[in-house]
Design a protein around this ligand. Sequence first.
Ligand code: COA
Length: 160
Amino acid sequence: VEVRSLRVGEGARLREFRLRALDDAPHAYYWSRAAEEAITAAEWERWADTPTADRIMFVAERDDEWFGMAGCSLRGDGTLDATGMWVLPSARGRSLGELLIDAIIAWGRSRGATTMEFAVTETNEVAIALYRRLGFAPTGKRRPLASNPDLTGMFMAKPI
Ligand SMILES: CC(C)(COP(=O)(O)OP(=O)(O)OC[C@H]1O[C@@H](n2cnc3c(N)ncnc32)[C@H](O)[C@@H]1OP(=O)(O)O)[C@@H](O)C(=O)NCCC(=O)NCCS
């Protein structure tokens, strides 16, 4: 499995994969499927790797099939906001999640980022355990999910 960045022209394929993630694990994401269905084709295409991009999406791929995804955008203060981590249920437990995070960190460092941050639903024990193992710690900031205000996202971060 190779972790690589999204290429120009793959926005529509990313949209389809992301909607699969939202169907599989709606509790894990801030936005609902309905909200993301409304995102324009041009916005999806903005996740492609280009020299001037302030955001990037990585996919874990084998034989042209995607098994996972995770992305990030770079804030002006040097923080990388990571988003959209998903691994196909059949491919979990094989470190694809960790490889995707490694790819984000490497990209962030090359762009001068100093911190990586994201929100994870407080009840998502598998994801939280993975992030803790990789050195992320809760920042104390929390917010309810727009997709389900009964659930709360907690922010985790680490210096990179
Ligand atoms: C969180 C997620 C991305 C992790 O992906 P992954 O490729 O399985 O990650 P890794 O293989 O690097 O690590 C997974 C850990 O979970 C453990 N695990 C727990 N339940 C598991 C299961 N049902 N299947 C496989 N692994 C499982 C693994 O043993 C592994 O533990 P370790 O870190 O002690 O080795 C994946 O579970 C997922 O897509 N979940 C649904 C969406 C989600 O929660 N996204 C996170 C949003 S913040």
